[in-house]
Each structure stands twice: as C-alpha cells, then as structure tokens.
Design a protein around this ligand. Sequence first.
Ligand SMILES: Nc1ncnc2c1ncn2[C@@H]1O[C@H](COP(=O)(O)OP(=O)(O)OP(=O)(O)O)[C@@H](O)[C@H]1O
Length: 457
Amino acid sequence: MEALEKTILIVEDDDGLQSQLKWHFDDFSTTIITSGNLQEAINAVRTYQPSIVLQDLGLPPDPEGVSEGFRCIKEILAIAPKTKIIVLTGKNEHQNALTSIKLGAYDFYYKPIDTETLDHVVERAFRIAQLEWENNKTTESVQPIKGVITGNKQMRNVCRMIEKIAQTNVTATLIGESGTGKEVLARAIHSHAPNKDKPFIAINCAAVPESLMESELFGHEKGSFTGATSSTTGKVEQAHQGTLFLDEIGDMPLPLQAKLLRFLQERSIVKIGGRKEIKVDLRVVCATNKNLEEMVKEGTFREDLFYRICEIVVDIPPLRERGNDAALIANHMLKRYAAEMSGKAMTFSESAIQTIEHYSWPGNIREVENKVKRAVVLAESNVVQTEDLGIDEPKAQKKFSLINLKEARKSAEVEAILSALELSQYNVSAAAKMLGVTRPTLYDMMKKYNMTNESNQ
Ligand SMILES: Nc1ncnc2c1ncn2[C@@H]1O[C@H](COP(=O)(O)OP(=O)(O)OP(=O)(O)O)[C@@H](O)[C@H]1O
C-alpha cells in the first residue's frame, strides 16, 4: 500500500520542549519541522503540508494565555483543513482543551509529556490521516468506475471486465453475495455502453409474485385476464435498445424460465393475450447470490437457460476478501453521510477503524452503509467510536487475541466453515464445494470443532 509521507510540525515556543519533542520523533521515516510562533507555523504548513501538528496553546505574544494558540488552530485549519492538530496543554486547563477540539483540533494531550502515551496519540492520528489520504487520492484511483470504491486488485479486474462487457452485446451474469454491489455494476455496464442514453430497466425476480411475473416481463393485452383493464408494456419491451437487468435471476419461477429462454433465443416477445410478435433488441444483465450450477443439478434452474445467461460470468468477491476496502469504503461513506445528515466533518476513532478492518461484514457493502449511517446519527462528537457502529466488538477483535499459529488456523477454519454453511443455507454438500473439500472431510472438520449443522437440529 502506498503510504502518506510522515511529517510532523511542532509549534512550541519553549526551546527545551521543542528540542525534546523533535529529538523524540526524529527518525528515518518522519520529517520534523519546528516553529516557535503562529507566523512560522503558517509558513511551515504552506511549505511542508504536515499531516500532524503538535501545538502548544501558549504562543507569543500571549505565552501565558491561549488567544494566539486558538488563532493558530483556526488559521492552520483554514489553509489545510485535514491537518490533525494535537494540542499540548496543562492538566488544569481542561476547558481550553475542549475549546481547541471545538475549533477543529483533532486531539489534546496533557503536559508534562509522557512520550509513550504521546506516541500512541500521534500514531493514531497518522493512521486516520493515512486513511483519509488514501480516500482522497484521485477519484479515479479509488473509484475505477463511478459508485465503486475499491483499492482491491480483484475488484479492479472486475471493473475492467465490466467496461469490456459494456462494449459488447453478450449476456452477462454477475454472481456475488448480497450487498456486494451487483446492481451498481449492472448499472455500470449500461452507463459505459454506447447505448447509455437508452433505458436501463431493472426487475427483481424475487420481489414480483409468480402470478404477476409474466405480465411484468412481457406485458399483457386488455381483457387477457381478470383485472386486465388496459393493455400494458412489459419490462422487456420497455428496455428496447437499452439494458434489461434481471436481478435475483435464481428466484425466477421454473415456468417463467422457459419463456425467458424463448425470448433470449428469439429476441422477440408476445404479450399475454396477444398474438403479435414484438421484436426487441437489448442487452441482458443478470445477477444472483445463488449457486446456479447447484440449482441446475437440483433441477430448480434450467440448464439451457443457465448457459444462455452465463455467456460471461463475473464473480464479485465479498467485502471480507477485498483487503483494506471496508475501511476505505467506510471512510468514504462517513464523509458523505456526515455532510448530508449532520452537516459536519466526522472521522473514525482508531479503535473504530480497527473494528471495521477486522469485522467480517456478512452483509457486505450494504451493511457498511447501514452501520456508518447509524454511527453518524448516534456519535456524540465528530469522532465515531466503535460502539456507535453497533458491531459485535469481541467477534471483530477476535484476531488480535490469538496466541499462536495453531490457534489462528483453527479460528480461520471455524470461521470459513461457519460462513460457508450460512451462505449455503446449511447445505453441507454445497458448503463443502464452496470450501473446496469433500463432504466427508467437511463432516470430519465439523466434528473436530464440535460444530453442528443448524439445519439438522
Ligand atoms: N464498491 C462500492 N463502493 C461504494 N458503495 C458501494 C460499492 N458497492 C456497492 N455499494 C453500495 O452498496 C449498496 C448495495 O449495493 P447493490 O445494491 O449494488 O448490491 P447487490 O449485490 O445488488 O445487493 P443485493 O444482492 O442485496 O441486491 C448500494 O447502496 C451501493 O451503492
């Protein structure tokens, strides 16, 4: 991962303290700049753009007061709003510390200095600055396509595939867990296509009752069934010359699958109660979180339809397999929702970021979205704490408490088995397949770890 340059500006008029701090933080990886008053500090911010400022409140010409210190905070943030200012103040000056935070300082630290504690405070500020920086690198680098934030190689490849698919007329199927961004990617195929000005029509096959599905897809003529008081145009015809997105295709009822196949082969439809063949020219994109191959084997999904819709399959990785993406996306969303919902800038505390990084996000990006929205509403200050996220922290932090490799392996295996069972709705054969082991091996492992299959209980 690319790293933010570590630069600390020390604003301190006491030469002794200034040297002590400089000496302490000076190492190969950190650049230290010092200044003894406001003007020097502003010049240094303009020249070096430090990510961290360690600032005394008592600055000349008011070394015994705080007026110049407060002015310094305001002026630094006016020219470099992302700077993390850590205010150094006396223990009995709590009110001044709070005022500094109100003015936008990132944190405060009581003198006399205990370098070990100060190290933690500075390290935490650097981590937040690093995440914000990653988030703010050119929009293109974190958003390979609009609406898709990622720093993950596999996801970048997915985005490249999407752009290529957009230039063709093949029928693509996007496969991924719920909330991984299938609809965003389906829309991206359309918006990158030459016919992007034509309609994008989506239908959620799981949300439409079976009895209405045919009419919803192909339309009907007036009087063709009870209640058909006027003729309607179905989604397929509405999408003419554009893109039809069949979401949750795995939930398409079997009788309708045959009709859908016919339309995909013939590229024409007949409305319910109608006789006329209507020619349609469109791109079809499907999405599912189901294992269609398994459904074909079970006889719940037609094999011929499977091959027809899977001319290209795009596997979308779950968030837990996308490296640092959870924190990247959470930061991006925090910025957006804080601005929209509370009108103020907000950041995550160090422990909140750790929780986000170590949580498994079973609901993927939709869950990140919900947790961040919740945090914006519940946070008591502009720093979001772990508890504001509503994540089960012990589970999220579990990886930290592992003591050795054997335990780590066991924990990873248990986690993988549990999620495979959950994803396959406790179908052991499907779970074994997902995990790349045989069914008896999976049973053995479940026995070894005292795990029971919920569906058998
Ligand atoms: N990479 C991403 N970056 C930022 N936001 C994303 C990303 N992927 C998805 N989202 C957002 O997450 C939410 C869920 O995405 P979407 O509806 O596309 O997922 P889905 O896989 O279609 O879900 P489902 O299977 O439940 O229909 C949306 O609000 C979407 O904007």
